[in-house]
Design a binder for this molecule. Sequence first.
Ligand code: NG1
Ligand code: ZN
Length: 555
Amino acid sequence: MNEEQHSLLLSSSSHYLPPQGVKLSYGTAGFRADASLLHSTVYRVGILAALRSLKTQSMIGMMTTASHNKISDNGVKIADPSGGMLSQQWEPFADALANAPSPQDLVQLINEFVKKENIPFSGARPAEVLLGRDTRPSGDALLKAAKDGVTSVIAAVAIDMGILTTPQLHWMVRARNKGMKASEHDYFGQLSSSFRCLMDLIPGDKSTFGGINDKLVVDGANGVGGVKLKVLEKLLNGLIIEVRNSGEDGGILNEGVGADYVQKEKVVPHGFGSKDVGTRCASLDGDADRLVYFCVSSESSSKIDLVDGDKILSLFALFIREQLRILNEQEDMKNSYQARLGVVQTAYANGASTNYLRQLGLEVNLTPTGVKYLHEKAAEFDIGIYFEANGHGTILFSESFIGWLEATTDKLSSGSKGSEVEKAALRLLAVSKLINQAVGDALSGLLLVEVILQHMGWTLDRWNELYQDLPSRQLKVKVADRTAVVTANAETVVVSPPGLQEAINAEIAKYLQGRSFVRPSGTEDVVRVYAEASTQEGADSLAYSVSKLVERFLG
Ligand code: NG1
Ligand code: ZN
């Protein structure tokens, strides 16, 4: 770092002094806080993004969003060159950067880090950072902070992509670094063409949107997803999507709407009710990286039957397993590629879903909460499907398997035209293009659900009947220090404070099919409690008594 760089950082950072008495942590989803506290953090993450770009000699993404959190919050996170989350090795630096008390401390920290990491400042490709933000009103001012941060690194370029869903930005970063076209137009083009390709490959006479399967109603959480979905819908030929809570009619982001609300509260979002009984409905979260389906209960118009991330995973797994079976059954294809299919869940996955997937003969892996862990595990397979119960997930395809699919479809298209094997290979290829390879993406997930339901000829009810969820309950407990809870075995066991796990076990033993675990949240200052049992009353009461134990052990 030369003198010029040193003084540029010093002068620029003096405009972004950090708030007093606030300690920020990069967490499972970047930094999140009340938006008024985040100017210096976003500025500093801008510097971090530019340094990461220099280090990797690639394009880096920077997304300003607080996802499903309330509208007055905001947040910021980095997309690495692959389109995935920031490398975990850089998280401690992100924490230190955000919390450096003065410009002098900040510059010293950067200086040391640059030396340690050997970050090339001169003679290398200049840093490039793609900026995206959700619809939060605070996003505009934070955009300026982001740009100032990036451009306080000499020659660094910040490219403002405007208002985007989080997965769109991740997709763009990935595409740019692969030398592919990466505009929003290209994103919509890829999703819609692979969707239409899958529709064309539906066997027999099932390939039309007709009858009860015709229409889908989507709750856009009053965020960015609904707006983007309206653009996408025009390119789909046939699927009718009605978007409600698009944010254009004065509704407030994530307030009584959105995937997080629907999944946790198990009630209809604002704007839905008895008129929707019998209609297939879906809900996105505020930045459109989560997706759940639901239908309005015929018994009470405020209640829903929830089809969560676990069931989306199960639907995807069934479809993919079927295509692999077709490929493997053909004599001449035998042993040519034994693709490994794996699914990845967290402890929040409903126990009934895990049982169901295991009964299908699938390899089910558990990781701690946080997309970075699920994604990493899923990347070990040729096809890795991961989902959190809350609806965040995607399907990853290995490069080698995609290469094999491409070669196979090329070979087959010149021979036995239109064979079942060719169709199965084409379907898998189209899925790999439709489903976001960078992160969970509600829009691409929604299109894949829709086309699979058409393929199977299934209604939402039929899909929901794959297995019956065990009743569950989630609670939050406010404690003095949530980091006092330390867990192991993918967060299923508490190792500290001592004695808490034994006490939880004693409670669990009182319930039929009881299961419960606690863990510190990575995004809120709370300890989360999850409980499951054979009845709703049981799940509620188990969650309640475990939350009392947490209070007692940490009070
Ligand atoms: P925390 O606050 O660590 O529980 C929540 C979700 C995660 C993940 C992150 C990031 C639950 C129980 N937890 O994390 O699954 O989505 O937010 O947004 O839903
Ligand atoms: Zn989100």
